[in-house]
Ligand binder design. Sequence first.
Ligand SMILES: CC(C)(COP(=O)(O)OP(=O)(O)OC[C@H]1O[C@@H](n2cnc3c(N)ncnc32)[C@H](O)[C@@H]1OP(=O)(O)O)[C@@H](O)C(=O)NCCC(=O)NCCS
Length: 188
Amino acid sequence: MIPSALDLHALDTDDARAIQDELFALYARIYADQLSDPFYSVDRFADRFAGHSGRPGFELVTGRIGGELIGYAYGGPLPPRTQWWNGLREPAPAGATDEDGTRTFALNEIMVTQDWRRRGIARTLHDALLAERPEQRATLLVDPGNTPARTAYLSWGWQLFGHLQPFPDAPVYDALIVDLPLSHVAAG
Ligand SMILES: CC(C)(COP(=O)(O)OP(=O)(O)OC[C@H]1O[C@@H](n2cnc3c(N)ncnc32)[C@H](O)[C@@H]1OP(=O)(O)O)[C@@H](O)C(=O)NCCC(=O)NCCS
């Protein structure tokens, strides 16, 4: 059951960057087992955050309980000349990867601290981030071995688009997509 004390806040670029040390600290706790892999290091995460948070339309939703940050999700629209789809392993149908800056919202990160999992918090963050987006669809990348996340996304309506490796030292991810608005969330 979602804790009634969960406070959600939507933040833009400036507000998100103002709490970035807190965001990085939570990332480091959640990914503690993988930080020795350069791709998952806090420095690389910080680099990716700097890039993602600098894009027009960026939005971050935090979840706090008693003031403590326990999870967050963020993303932004893919720009017209995005490299997002460049690492696709299979040819996509004609037009399927065309972007004009308004078509697709990329969900870059979502995480919830271990102590608060399986209570619907990630889904609440996900729905809050996506509920009122103006884009037609959303996309994300998930490691196919990440059973909790992959199972969650598929149960929330996401579907496999293809297999994608964003950087040479990154894993080959499953690229998922979902139509917006989300069918299970009424826009407010
Ligand atoms: C993925 C993650 C965000 C889910 O957070 P959460 O708050 O536990 O998620 P929710 O409670 O909203 O949803 C839970 C759903 O996830 C799936 N799930 C979670 N853990 C699971 C597991 N061990 N095995 C299978 N499915 C699992 C189920 O569909 C579950 O629904 P249920 O509890 O009704 O069965 C969290 O596990 C996490 O932070 N993981 C580390 C960071 C990460 O991998 N982020 C995603 C990167 S793509």
